[in-house]
Design a protein around this ligand. Structure first.
Ligand code: S3P
Length: 429
Protein backbone atom coordinates (compact mmCIF):
# COMPACT_ATOMS: atom_id res chain seq x y z
CA UNK A 1 0.00 0.00 0.00
CA UNK A 2 1.25 3.50 -0.77
CA UNK A 3 -0.16 6.72 0.61
CA UNK A 4 -0.11 9.74 -1.70
CA UNK A 5 -0.68 13.09 -0.03
CA UNK A 6 -2.19 15.98 -1.95
CA UNK A 7 0.41 18.39 -3.37
CA UNK A 8 0.06 22.17 -3.57
CA UNK A 9 2.29 22.20 -6.66
CA UNK A 10 5.13 20.34 -8.35
CA UNK A 11 8.27 21.80 -9.83
CA UNK A 12 11.70 20.78 -10.98
CA UNK A 13 13.73 18.90 -13.56
CA UNK A 14 13.19 15.22 -14.23
CA UNK A 15 15.73 12.69 -15.36
CA UNK A 16 13.66 10.09 -17.21
CA UNK A 17 14.28 6.35 -17.51
CA UNK A 18 15.21 5.09 -20.97
CA UNK A 19 12.32 4.43 -23.31
CA UNK A 20 10.86 0.96 -22.66
CA UNK A 21 9.81 0.22 -26.25
CA UNK A 22 13.18 1.29 -27.64
CA UNK A 23 15.07 -0.64 -24.95
CA UNK A 24 13.27 -3.89 -25.83
CA UNK A 25 14.17 -3.38 -29.49
CA UNK A 26 17.82 -2.60 -28.80
CA UNK A 27 18.12 -5.87 -26.88
CA UNK A 28 16.31 -7.88 -29.58
CA UNK A 29 18.39 -6.46 -32.43
CA UNK A 30 21.56 -6.89 -30.37
CA UNK A 31 20.70 -10.60 -30.17
CA UNK A 32 20.55 -10.72 -33.97
CA UNK A 33 23.93 -9.09 -34.40
CA UNK A 34 27.33 -10.71 -34.16
CA UNK A 35 29.21 -7.53 -33.20
CA UNK A 36 26.53 -6.54 -30.71
CA UNK A 37 24.64 -3.47 -29.67
CA UNK A 38 25.67 -1.23 -26.77
CA UNK A 39 23.15 1.29 -25.50
CA UNK A 40 23.21 3.83 -22.71
CA UNK A 41 20.13 4.76 -20.64
CA UNK A 42 18.58 1.28 -21.08
CA UNK A 43 15.20 1.04 -19.29
CA UNK A 44 15.46 -0.05 -15.65
CA UNK A 45 11.93 -1.50 -15.69
CA UNK A 46 11.05 -5.15 -15.06
CA UNK A 47 9.61 -5.59 -18.57
CA UNK A 48 12.94 -5.01 -20.27
CA UNK A 49 14.65 -7.25 -17.71
CA UNK A 50 12.25 -10.00 -18.88
CA UNK A 51 13.40 -9.52 -22.47
CA UNK A 52 17.04 -9.68 -21.40
CA UNK A 53 16.65 -12.87 -19.40
CA UNK A 54 14.77 -14.59 -22.25
CA UNK A 55 17.46 -13.58 -24.74
CA UNK A 56 20.23 -14.72 -22.41
CA UNK A 57 18.52 -18.09 -21.96
CA UNK A 58 18.38 -18.38 -25.77
CA UNK A 59 22.13 -17.91 -26.07
CA UNK A 60 22.60 -14.13 -26.31
CA UNK A 61 25.48 -12.55 -24.42
CA UNK A 62 24.20 -9.79 -22.12
CA UNK A 63 26.43 -7.38 -20.17
CA UNK A 64 24.90 -4.71 -17.96
CA UNK A 65 26.59 -1.98 -15.99
CA UNK A 66 24.16 0.53 -14.51
CA UNK A 67 21.99 1.61 -17.41
CA UNK A 68 24.61 0.70 -20.03
CA UNK A 69 23.76 -2.53 -21.75
CA UNK A 70 25.55 -4.65 -24.37
CA UNK A 71 23.82 -7.52 -26.15
CA UNK A 72 25.32 -9.74 -28.84
CA UNK A 73 25.02 -13.27 -30.13
CA UNK A 74 28.37 -14.14 -31.68
CA UNK A 75 27.34 -17.79 -32.10
CA UNK A 76 23.70 -17.11 -32.96
CA UNK A 77 20.73 -18.16 -30.83
CA UNK A 78 20.05 -21.68 -29.51
CA UNK A 79 17.22 -23.60 -27.85
CA UNK A 80 16.87 -22.45 -24.24
CA UNK A 81 16.97 -25.12 -21.54
CA UNK A 82 13.89 -24.16 -19.55
CA UNK A 83 10.73 -22.21 -20.19
CA UNK A 84 11.23 -18.58 -21.28
CA UNK A 85 9.41 -16.22 -18.91
CA UNK A 86 8.10 -12.99 -20.45
CA UNK A 87 6.76 -11.93 -17.03
CA UNK A 88 4.20 -9.14 -17.42
CA UNK A 89 5.55 -7.98 -20.77
CA UNK A 90 3.41 -8.22 -23.90
CA UNK A 91 6.20 -6.69 -25.96
CA UNK A 92 8.61 -9.44 -24.84
CA UNK A 93 6.17 -12.25 -25.60
CA UNK A 94 4.97 -11.03 -28.99
CA UNK A 95 8.27 -9.83 -30.40
CA UNK A 96 10.08 -12.99 -29.26
CA UNK A 97 7.55 -15.05 -31.22
CA UNK A 98 8.66 -13.28 -34.39
CA UNK A 99 12.34 -13.41 -33.56
CA UNK A 100 12.45 -17.11 -32.61
CA UNK A 101 10.00 -18.42 -35.25
CA UNK A 102 12.52 -17.69 -38.00
CA UNK A 103 15.55 -19.36 -36.34
CA UNK A 104 15.70 -22.93 -37.74
CA UNK A 105 16.74 -25.48 -35.13
CA UNK A 106 15.72 -23.29 -32.18
CA UNK A 107 12.92 -24.74 -30.05
CA UNK A 108 11.52 -22.65 -27.22
CA UNK A 109 8.61 -22.56 -24.81
CA UNK A 110 7.34 -19.15 -23.77
CA UNK A 111 5.16 -18.28 -20.77
CA UNK A 112 4.17 -15.20 -18.78
CA UNK A 113 2.53 -14.08 -15.54
CA UNK A 114 -1.19 -14.29 -14.77
CA UNK A 115 -2.00 -11.03 -16.58
CA UNK A 116 0.04 -11.85 -19.69
CA UNK A 117 -1.42 -15.36 -19.79
CA UNK A 118 -4.84 -13.81 -20.49
CA UNK A 119 -3.68 -11.51 -23.28
CA UNK A 120 -4.32 -12.34 -26.97
CA UNK A 121 -1.46 -13.95 -28.88
CA UNK A 122 -3.25 -15.02 -32.06
CA UNK A 123 -2.73 -11.55 -33.52
CA UNK A 124 0.95 -12.45 -33.82
CA UNK A 125 0.73 -16.25 -34.13
CA UNK A 126 -1.69 -16.20 -37.10
CA UNK A 127 0.35 -13.98 -39.45
CA UNK A 128 3.57 -15.76 -38.43
CA UNK A 129 1.98 -19.10 -39.31
CA UNK A 130 1.18 -17.74 -42.78
CA UNK A 131 4.98 -17.41 -43.19
CA UNK A 132 5.44 -21.07 -42.22
CA UNK A 133 6.09 -20.55 -38.50
CA UNK A 134 5.45 -23.51 -36.22
CA UNK A 135 3.82 -22.18 -33.07
CA UNK A 136 1.45 -24.13 -30.84
CA UNK A 137 -0.37 -23.32 -27.64
CA UNK A 138 -3.67 -23.45 -25.77
CA UNK A 139 -6.84 -22.58 -27.74
CA UNK A 140 -5.05 -22.95 -31.04
CA UNK A 141 -2.18 -20.67 -30.03
CA UNK A 142 -4.31 -17.78 -28.85
CA UNK A 143 -2.82 -17.80 -25.34
CA UNK A 144 0.49 -18.44 -23.59
CA UNK A 145 2.30 -20.72 -22.98
CA UNK A 146 3.42 -21.10 -26.60
CA UNK A 147 5.78 -23.62 -28.11
CA UNK A 148 7.87 -22.25 -30.95
CA UNK A 149 9.87 -24.45 -33.32
CA UNK A 150 12.10 -22.21 -35.39
CA UNK A 151 11.79 -22.81 -39.13
CA UNK A 152 12.89 -21.34 -42.45
CA UNK A 153 10.12 -18.84 -43.17
CA UNK A 154 8.63 -17.63 -46.44
CA UNK A 155 8.07 -13.96 -47.09
CA UNK A 156 4.47 -12.70 -46.95
CA UNK A 157 2.35 -9.58 -47.17
CA UNK A 158 0.44 -8.85 -43.97
CA UNK A 159 -2.41 -6.43 -43.48
CA UNK A 160 -2.45 -5.61 -39.75
CA UNK A 161 -5.95 -6.28 -38.40
CA UNK A 162 -5.12 -4.60 -35.09
CA UNK A 163 -2.95 -1.49 -35.08
CA UNK A 164 -0.11 -2.95 -33.01
CA UNK A 165 3.57 -2.08 -33.05
CA UNK A 166 4.30 -5.32 -31.22
CA UNK A 167 2.79 -7.35 -34.04
CA UNK A 168 4.47 -5.20 -36.70
CA UNK A 169 7.80 -5.68 -34.94
CA UNK A 170 7.34 -9.45 -34.68
CA UNK A 171 6.64 -9.66 -38.42
CA UNK A 172 9.60 -7.46 -39.36
CA UNK A 173 11.91 -9.56 -37.16
CA UNK A 174 10.55 -12.72 -38.78
CA UNK A 175 11.05 -11.08 -42.17
CA UNK A 176 14.72 -10.47 -41.41
CA UNK A 177 15.27 -14.22 -41.31
CA UNK A 178 12.86 -15.28 -44.07
CA UNK A 179 13.64 -16.34 -47.63
CA UNK A 180 11.79 -13.58 -49.49
CA UNK A 181 10.84 -9.99 -48.68
CA UNK A 182 8.10 -9.40 -46.11
CA UNK A 183 5.63 -6.52 -46.28
CA UNK A 184 3.52 -5.15 -43.43
CA UNK A 185 0.63 -2.84 -44.26
CA UNK A 186 -0.66 -0.83 -41.32
CA UNK A 187 -3.86 1.13 -42.01
CA UNK A 188 -3.23 3.20 -38.84
CA UNK A 189 0.32 4.30 -38.02
CA UNK A 190 1.80 2.82 -34.82
CA UNK A 191 5.10 3.55 -33.08
CA UNK A 192 7.91 3.11 -35.60
CA UNK A 193 10.92 2.48 -33.33
CA UNK A 194 11.73 -0.86 -34.97
CA UNK A 195 11.90 0.70 -38.41
CA UNK A 196 14.04 3.59 -37.16
CA UNK A 197 16.44 1.29 -35.32
CA UNK A 198 16.80 -1.11 -38.25
CA UNK A 199 17.52 1.83 -40.55
CA UNK A 200 20.02 3.20 -38.00
CA UNK A 201 21.76 -0.21 -38.08
CA UNK A 202 21.98 -0.13 -41.87
CA UNK A 203 19.14 -2.54 -42.76
CA UNK A 204 17.32 -1.40 -45.91
CA UNK A 205 13.56 -0.90 -45.54
CA UNK A 206 11.19 0.23 -48.28
CA UNK A 207 8.26 2.48 -47.40
CA UNK A 208 5.27 3.01 -49.67
CA UNK A 209 2.28 4.79 -48.18
CA UNK A 210 1.07 2.56 -45.36
CA UNK A 211 3.38 -0.35 -46.22
CA UNK A 212 6.86 -1.31 -45.01
CA UNK A 213 8.92 -3.97 -46.79
CA UNK A 214 11.96 -5.67 -45.32
CA UNK A 215 14.34 -7.93 -47.22
CA UNK A 216 16.06 -10.97 -45.64
CA UNK A 217 19.27 -9.79 -44.04
CA UNK A 218 22.57 -11.32 -42.94
CA UNK A 219 23.47 -10.98 -39.23
CA UNK A 220 23.09 -7.33 -38.35
CA UNK A 221 25.98 -4.96 -37.79
CA UNK A 222 26.23 -3.64 -34.25
CA UNK A 223 26.21 -0.09 -32.95
CA UNK A 224 26.33 2.13 -29.89
CA UNK A 225 23.91 4.90 -28.99
CA UNK A 226 21.87 6.46 -26.16
CA UNK A 227 18.21 5.63 -25.64
CA UNK A 228 15.94 8.68 -25.28
CA UNK A 229 13.95 9.31 -22.10
CA UNK A 230 10.61 7.51 -22.12
CA UNK A 231 7.82 9.80 -23.33
CA UNK A 232 5.28 7.47 -21.70
CA UNK A 233 6.95 8.09 -18.32
CA UNK A 234 7.23 11.83 -19.06
CA UNK A 235 3.46 11.86 -19.65
CA UNK A 236 2.74 11.59 -15.90
CA UNK A 237 4.76 14.71 -15.09
CA UNK A 238 3.37 16.59 -18.10
CA UNK A 239 -0.17 16.07 -16.83
CA UNK A 240 0.77 16.63 -13.17
CA UNK A 241 2.34 20.02 -13.95
CA UNK A 242 -0.61 20.97 -16.14
CA UNK A 243 -3.32 20.24 -13.55
CA UNK A 244 -1.63 21.50 -10.37
CA UNK A 245 -1.45 25.27 -9.76
CA UNK A 246 1.86 27.20 -9.85
CA UNK A 247 3.69 24.18 -11.26
CA UNK A 248 6.35 23.66 -13.87
CA UNK A 249 8.48 20.69 -14.90
CA UNK A 250 11.28 20.35 -17.39
CA UNK A 251 12.05 17.01 -19.04
CA UNK A 252 15.30 16.93 -20.98
CA UNK A 253 16.41 14.14 -23.31
CA UNK A 254 12.80 13.03 -23.87
CA UNK A 255 11.94 10.94 -26.92
CA UNK A 256 9.90 13.05 -29.33
CA UNK A 257 9.09 10.47 -31.97
CA UNK A 258 5.77 11.75 -33.42
CA UNK A 259 4.36 8.19 -33.34
CA UNK A 260 4.61 8.42 -29.54
CA UNK A 261 3.75 12.02 -28.72
CA UNK A 262 0.04 12.03 -29.56
CA UNK A 263 -0.67 13.05 -25.94
CA UNK A 264 1.13 16.37 -26.45
CA UNK A 265 -0.99 17.16 -29.50
CA UNK A 266 -4.22 16.33 -27.63
CA UNK A 267 -3.18 18.35 -24.57
CA UNK A 268 -2.20 21.25 -26.84
CA UNK A 269 -5.83 21.31 -28.10
CA UNK A 270 -6.90 21.30 -24.45
CA UNK A 271 -4.83 24.42 -23.76
CA UNK A 272 -1.52 22.99 -22.43
CA UNK A 273 1.08 25.67 -21.67
CA UNK A 274 4.35 24.11 -22.84
CA UNK A 275 7.48 24.47 -24.94
CA UNK A 276 9.62 21.93 -26.78
CA UNK A 277 13.28 22.46 -27.52
CA UNK A 278 14.66 19.96 -30.04
CA UNK A 279 17.97 18.30 -29.10
CA UNK A 280 18.71 16.18 -32.17
CA UNK A 281 18.68 12.44 -32.90
CA UNK A 282 19.72 9.57 -30.63
CA UNK A 283 19.93 6.22 -32.41
CA UNK A 284 17.66 7.60 -35.13
CA UNK A 285 15.08 8.94 -32.64
CA UNK A 286 14.32 12.67 -32.17
CA UNK A 287 14.78 13.98 -28.62
CA UNK A 288 14.31 17.27 -26.82
CA UNK A 289 13.38 19.12 -23.66
CA UNK A 290 9.70 19.50 -22.86
CA UNK A 291 8.78 22.19 -20.34
CA UNK A 292 5.23 22.30 -19.02
CA UNK A 293 3.49 24.92 -16.85
CA UNK A 294 0.16 24.91 -15.01
CA UNK A 295 -2.57 25.14 -17.60
CA UNK A 296 -6.27 25.86 -17.74
CA UNK A 297 -7.41 22.76 -19.65
CA UNK A 298 -10.56 22.51 -21.76
CA UNK A 299 -12.31 19.28 -22.81
CA UNK A 300 -11.71 17.68 -26.20
CA UNK A 301 -12.58 14.58 -28.21
CA UNK A 302 -10.11 11.80 -29.06
CA UNK A 303 -10.72 8.91 -31.46
CA UNK A 304 -9.63 7.01 -34.58
CA UNK A 305 -6.14 7.42 -35.95
CA UNK A 306 -5.00 9.38 -32.86
CA UNK A 307 -5.48 6.39 -30.54
CA UNK A 308 -2.39 4.28 -31.47
CA UNK A 309 -0.23 7.40 -31.08
CA UNK A 310 -1.16 7.75 -27.40
CA UNK A 311 -2.40 4.28 -26.49
CA UNK A 312 -0.28 4.00 -23.32
CA UNK A 313 -1.06 7.58 -22.28
CA UNK A 314 -4.86 7.18 -22.24
CA UNK A 315 -5.05 6.47 -18.46
CA UNK A 316 -3.19 9.70 -17.65
CA UNK A 317 -5.17 11.59 -20.31
CA UNK A 318 -8.31 10.47 -18.46
CA UNK A 319 -6.87 12.07 -15.31
CA UNK A 320 -6.24 15.32 -17.24
CA UNK A 321 -9.84 15.21 -18.49
CA UNK A 322 -11.17 15.17 -14.91
CA UNK A 323 -9.48 18.56 -14.48
CA UNK A 324 -10.54 20.04 -17.85
CA UNK A 325 -13.59 22.26 -18.27
CA UNK A 326 -16.35 20.42 -20.16
CA UNK A 327 -17.01 16.89 -21.44
CA UNK A 328 -14.12 14.89 -22.91
CA UNK A 329 -14.96 11.80 -24.93
CA UNK A 330 -12.31 9.21 -25.70
CA UNK A 331 -13.54 6.63 -28.24
CA UNK A 332 -12.06 3.94 -30.49
CA UNK A 333 -9.83 2.70 -27.68
CA UNK A 334 -11.20 -0.86 -27.32
CA UNK A 335 -7.56 -2.06 -27.35
CA UNK A 336 -7.31 -0.79 -23.76
CA UNK A 337 -9.33 -3.83 -22.69
CA UNK A 338 -6.40 -6.09 -23.72
CA UNK A 339 -3.56 -4.37 -21.87
CA UNK A 340 -1.93 -5.34 -18.55
CA UNK A 341 -5.44 -4.88 -17.10
CA UNK A 342 -8.73 -3.95 -18.72
CA UNK A 343 -7.71 -0.30 -18.57
CA UNK A 344 -11.19 0.99 -19.42
CA UNK A 345 -12.55 -0.69 -16.29
CA UNK A 346 -9.50 -0.05 -14.10
CA UNK A 347 -9.40 3.71 -14.83
CA UNK A 348 -13.18 4.10 -14.51
CA UNK A 349 -13.23 2.38 -11.12
CA UNK A 350 -10.13 4.16 -9.80
CA UNK A 351 -11.17 7.67 -10.82
CA UNK A 352 -14.82 7.17 -9.83
CA UNK A 353 -13.64 6.09 -6.35
CA UNK A 354 -11.88 9.46 -6.08
CA UNK A 355 -15.06 11.32 -7.06
CA UNK A 356 -14.46 11.89 -10.78
CA UNK A 357 -17.44 12.11 -13.13
CA UNK A 358 -16.43 9.29 -15.50
CA UNK A 359 -18.63 6.96 -17.54
CA UNK A 360 -17.32 3.70 -18.98
CA UNK A 361 -18.05 3.33 -22.71
CA UNK A 362 -17.51 0.18 -24.73
CA UNK A 363 -14.43 1.71 -26.35
CA UNK A 364 -13.38 4.52 -24.02
CA UNK A 365 -14.78 7.02 -21.52
CA UNK A 366 -16.96 10.10 -21.17
CA UNK A 367 -15.42 12.35 -18.53
CA UNK A 368 -16.95 15.60 -17.26
CA UNK A 369 -14.69 18.17 -15.64
CA UNK A 370 -13.62 19.83 -13.59
CA UNK A 371 -14.11 17.60 -10.55
CA UNK A 372 -12.65 18.23 -7.14
CA UNK A 373 -11.24 14.81 -6.33
CA UNK A 374 -11.38 13.32 -2.84
CA UNK A 375 -9.14 10.92 -0.95
CA UNK A 376 -9.78 7.22 -0.57
CA UNK A 377 -8.40 3.81 -1.36
CA UNK A 378 -7.87 2.63 -4.95
CA UNK A 379 -6.33 -0.28 -6.81
CA UNK A 380 -4.07 -0.05 -9.82
CA UNK A 381 -5.29 -3.57 -10.69
CA UNK A 382 -1.63 -4.59 -10.83
CA UNK A 383 -1.21 -2.37 -13.90
CA UNK A 384 1.73 0.05 -13.79
CA UNK A 385 0.19 2.76 -15.97
CA UNK A 386 -3.11 2.72 -14.06
CA UNK A 387 -1.33 2.91 -10.68
CA UNK A 388 0.81 5.87 -11.83
CA UNK A 389 -2.18 7.69 -13.33
CA UNK A 390 -4.11 7.29 -10.05
CA UNK A 391 -1.07 8.56 -8.11
CA UNK A 392 -1.10 11.75 -10.21
CA UNK A 393 -4.87 12.11 -9.71
CA UNK A 394 -4.20 11.76 -5.96
CA UNK A 395 -1.99 14.85 -5.99
CA UNK A 396 -5.08 16.97 -6.76
CA UNK A 397 -7.34 15.31 -4.15
CA UNK A 398 -8.51 17.03 -0.95
CA UNK A 399 -7.11 14.29 1.33
CA UNK A 400 -4.66 11.35 1.05
CA UNK A 401 -5.18 8.48 -1.38
CA UNK A 402 -3.97 4.95 -0.67
CA UNK A 403 -2.92 2.85 -3.65
CA UNK A 404 -3.13 -0.90 -3.06
CA UNK A 405 -0.45 -2.24 -5.37
CA UNK A 406 2.23 0.43 -5.82
CA UNK A 407 5.04 -2.03 -6.61
CA UNK A 408 3.62 -2.60 -10.11
CA UNK A 409 5.10 0.76 -11.22
CA UNK A 410 8.44 -1.12 -11.39
CA UNK A 411 7.28 -2.66 -14.68
CA UNK A 412 8.22 0.55 -16.49
CA UNK A 413 9.27 3.17 -13.93
CA UNK A 414 10.93 1.96 -10.69
CA UNK A 415 11.88 5.55 -9.75
CA UNK A 416 8.35 6.93 -10.14
CA UNK A 417 7.49 7.53 -6.46
CA UNK A 418 10.95 8.96 -5.69
CA UNK A 419 10.57 11.48 -8.51
CA UNK A 420 7.05 12.31 -7.35
CA UNK A 421 8.33 13.12 -3.85
CA UNK A 422 11.19 15.21 -5.24
CA UNK A 423 8.91 17.22 -7.54
CA UNK A 424 6.40 17.78 -4.73
CA UNK A 425 9.26 19.04 -2.53
CA UNK A 426 8.97 16.39 0.15
CA UNK A 427 11.35 13.84 1.62
CA UNK A 428 11.18 10.40 0.08
CA UNK A 429 8.46 8.41 1.86
C1 S3P B 1 4.44 -1.41 -27.58
C2 S3P B 1 3.32 -1.30 -28.33
C3 S3P B 1 1.99 -1.05 -27.76
C4 S3P B 1 2.08 -0.49 -26.36
C5 S3P B 1 3.04 -1.27 -25.50
C6 S3P B 1 4.42 -1.22 -26.11
C7 S3P B 1 5.72 -1.70 -28.24
O1 S3P B 1 1.27 -2.26 -27.71
O2 S3P B 1 0.81 -0.46 -25.77
O3 S3P B 1 3.08 -0.71 -24.22
O4 S3P B 1 6.80 -1.55 -27.61
O5 S3P B 1 5.67 -2.07 -29.41
P1 S3P B 1 0.49 -2.81 -29.00
O6 S3P B 1 1.48 -3.04 -30.05
O7 S3P B 1 -0.18 -4.07 -28.56
O8 S3P B 1 -0.50 -1.72 -29.32
Amino acid sequence: MKRIDPARKISGKVSLPGDKSISHRAALLGALSSEGVTVHNFSDGADCASTLSCLEQAGARVRRSGTTLSVSAPDGLRSPDGMLDAGNSGTTARTLCGLLAGRPGVKARLAGDASLSKRPMLRVVKPLRSMGAQIDGPSGGSLLPLEISGARLKGATHLLETPSAQVKTALLLAGLGSEEPTTVIEPLATRNHTERMLAHMGVPLYFDGHSITIAPSKPLKGGEWTIPGDFSSAAFWIVAAAILPDSSVSLSGTGLNPTRTGLLRVLERMGLAYTVEQEGLKGGEPTGTITVHSSRLRATGVSGSEIPLLIDELPILAVAATQAEGITEIRGAMELRFKESDRIVAVTQGLAALGADIVELEDGWRISGRSKLRGGRVSGMGDHRVAMALAIAALTADSPVEIDDPECVGISYPGFFGTLDALAGRDAS
